[in-house]
Design a binder for this molecule. Structure first.
Ligand code: PMP
Ligand code: GLN
Length: 379
């Protein structure tokens, strides 16, 4: 793991604490999830859910996940053999990559990519093949020919994050079809990261790749409770796939962490079964926060991309006379009292991302207002 230093989120959150700057870096909400969900975790502890739960997860959570996939997307999974609980989506993705790719194998990712992807591909001894998402008509997308060109004889899997962090893109059916075509043609597995599945805006619909023709049995889908229910510190996630893939993922996961905290599993099951109306309110409120932050960033001189989903806005820093996002974000607490994430760290092709900076909007309105007021000093 030489070459993988401290994660950008740890570095930037520490910088925010050290300087007292407003933290629009690491993506976590500053208001907790529904009270009934929090109470369920407390009650679970009080009622004795404090010893090792079953390795694959509590049956009640696996059943709640299967019911959610069926009800929301029409996808049917057997909770006994096709749903598996992990320590957040992070472990779900890690166990899936470690299960499916070995030394010398290749895994295709869309850059900018979430930072843990590169690290787990390296842990597997595999090689990442980035396909760049580029701005076109106000959103980030890929060229299907570049995707095809990234596939070789050693390609094992394509990692697909939609809604996409940090680009904010929610892949359209046509984009997903392009990915599915490549998977079907080259007999590849897709690993999907759907942690922002509920957080889409302006009637944009999240379409799970597994719903496309022939994709259910070649897709390992991953999601988690953190973003949907504003409990990012709970680290409770799940993997959904056909039974042979789940067995492979389980083989890896049992030696990473064996099981997942029992009280949070019970609370996540309750949340999936009962709190979708609350999530709908969260979605609406985040859409308004997105617009609030974008208005402020544009007024401060940034060019922004209006995300279709997630917590994040990508901003181009060049109109303000900056070109290097890493340099700018390191200086930003001193210059403006704000912390942001340099998107460049999510790219292999640094030149494609050097001028983008990511701001999180999952914050109270007054925090967003204060941050953009401070950023206006950059001019
Ligand atoms: N994938 C993406 C794209 C993310 O933004 C995050 C951060 N929540 C994760 C995975 C990690 O999710 P979890 O906290 O459930 O491990
Ligand atoms: N997913 C969060 C983000 O993208 C951070 C999670 C983490 O700290 N690793 O900002």
């Amino acid at each position: 793991m030489q070459g993988f230093g401290e994660t950008i989120f740890a570095e930037m959150s520490a910088l925010a604490v050290r300087t007292g700057a407003i933290n629009l870096g690491q993506g976590f909400p500053d208001q907790d999830g529904p009270q009934a969900v929090l109470d369920t975790a407390v009650e679970a502890i009080r009622s004795g859910a404090n010893q090792y739960p079953p390795g694959p997860g509590l049956p009640e959570l696996r059943e709640a996940v299967a019911a959610q996939r069926l009800h929301r997307y029409g996808l049917s999974y057997d909770p006994g053999t096709e749903v598996f609980v992990t320590v957040g989506a992070t472990e779900g993705i890690a166990a899936s990559v470690l299960a499916l790719a070995g030394p010398g194998d290749e895994v295709v990712v869309f850059e900018p990519y979430y930072d843990s992807y590169a690290a787990v591909i390296a842990l597997a001894g595999a090689v990442r093949r980035p396909v760049t998402l580029r701005p076109a008509e106000g959103r980030f997308t890929f060229d299907p020919d570049e995707l095809r060109a990234a596939i070789g004889p050693r390609t094992r899997a394509i990692l697909v994050n939609s809604p996409h962090n940090p680009a904010g893109t929610v892949f359209t059916r046509a984009e997903l079809e392009a990915i599915a075509d490549v998977c079907r043609e080259h007999d590849l597995v897709a690993i999907t990261d759907e942690v922002y599945e509920y957080l889409t805006f302006d009637d944009t619909e999240h379409i799970p790749l597994a719903t496309l023709d022939g994709m259910r049995d070649r897709t390992v889908s991953v999601s988690s409770a953190g973003k949907s229910f504003s409990v990012t510190g709970w680290k409770t996630g799940w993997v959904m796939a056909s039974a042979p893939y789940i067995r492979a993922v389980q083989t890896v996961k049992q030696f990473l962490t064996y099981a997942v905290s029992a009280p949070y599993q019970r609370a996540a099951a309750y949340a999936l079964a009962n709190e979708i109306p609350w999530v709908e309110e969260l979605r609406k409120s985040l859409q308004a926060k997105r617009d609030r932050l974008i208005t402020g960033l544009e007024a401060a001189g940034f060019t922004t991309f209006r995300p279709q989903g997630t917590y994040f806005v990508q901003a181009d820093i060049r109109p303000l006379g900056f070109t290097d996002g890493i340099e700018l974000t390191r200086a930003l607490p001193e210059k403006a009292g704000v912390v942001a994430i340099p998107s460049q760290v999510f790219y292999d092709h640094a030149e494609a991302g050097a001028h983008f900076v990511r701001f999180a909007f999952c914050k109270r309105d007054e925090v967003i207002d204060e941050a953009v007021e401070r950023l206006a000093r950059l001019r």
